[in-house]
Design a protein around this ligand. Structure first.
Ligand SMILES: Cc1cc2nc3c(=O)[nH]c(=O)nc-3n(C[C@H](O)[C@H](O)[C@H](O)COP(=O)(O)OP(=O)(O)OC[C@H]3O[C@@H](n4cnc5c(N)ncnc54)[C@H](O)[C@@H]3O)c2cc1C
Ligand code: SF4
Length: 210
């Protein structure tokens, strides 16, 4: 059965980009927004930590997508939240040196790192956006008690050999360390777009469609 929907803004895909866009637009305009996602909308009670059914439901092409010769699996989230529902929550800020290289070599335009008026919007810059994402997704360095044994041993080995090591930052809040991030977080501890930006957008009146 087909349904006719109309809106002012149509956003296709509810992953990292689409979710943030829906929330940001809904914050700054009263115009109608529809966020379209081709995959399912699953919440924490659905995530049962079993690899095969979760891969089938949450990943693009049921987790079977691969390079043409099947030599390299190419995984991507295929559900509300996209990759942020199935990723392992490692967070990296964009690196200014790399960004400058993309500008120079590939003609990238847009965001800057300084205090700027990117896209003609007063005060908008990469640094400002990063602050917003860091805050909304609760990005921070995990405490020592959340470091599991393999990473603890790796760190000890590095120290003994005089090799520098540091913890990754993670977008988690109240993580119990179960290790099933790639199958969806059953505890809503991983702060992907589904429970952060998309939840905000829906509260402000944006609509989802499949
Ligand atoms: C297993 C795994 C682990 C990862 N771990 C990390 C990590 O630790 N740290 C990190 O920084 N990155 C990680 N990533 C990568 C990160 O999640 C992605 O780079 C990021 O989610 C990409 O954002 P995006 O908005 O471009 O696309 P996505 O988040 O992939 O969102 C795209 C969405 O669009 C939907 N879609 C596609 N086509 C259509 C269509 N025609 N109509 C409607 N909807 C459509 C898809 O179903 C999907 O939900 C990981 C990715 C995977 C798969
Ligand atoms: S509780 Fe922590 S380790 Fe377990 S799935 Fe959620 S974020 Fe990942």
């Amino acid at each position: 059965m087909s349904t006719n929907l109309s809106c002012d803004f149509l956003i296709i895909g509810s992953g990292a980009a689409g979710g943030v866009l829906a929330a940001t637009l809904s914050e700054h305009t009263t115009k109608s927004i529809i966020l379209v996602e081709k995959g399912g909308y699953y919440t924490k009670s659905f995530f049962n930590q079993k690899e095969l059914p979760m891969a089938k439901a949450l990943y693009t092409e049921g987790g079977q997508r691969a390079s043409l010769d099947s030599g390299i699996p190419i995984r991507g989230g295929g559900c509300v939240g996209g990759g942020t529902t199935v990723n392992v929550a490692l967070c990296f800020d964009p690196i200014p040196r790399v960004w400058e290289g993309w500008k120079r070599d590939y003609g990238l335009t847009g965001f800057s790192f300084g205090e700027a008026n990117d896209y003609g919007v007063p005060g908008l810059s990469m640094s400002k956006c990063l602050q917003n994402v860091r805050q909304r997704c609760s990005i921070g360095t995990p405490s020592d008690d959340l470091v599991n044994d393999n990473n603890r041993l790796f760190n000890e080995g590095c120290q003994k050999l005089g090799i520098g090591s540091q913890k990754f930052e993670l977008n988690m809040k109240g993580c119990i360390g179960c290790g099933f991030c790639a199958l969806g977080c059953s505890y809503d501890a991983k702060q992907g777009t589904m429970i952060t930006y998309i939840a905000d957008a829906l509260k402000r009146g944006a609509t989802t469609a499949r």
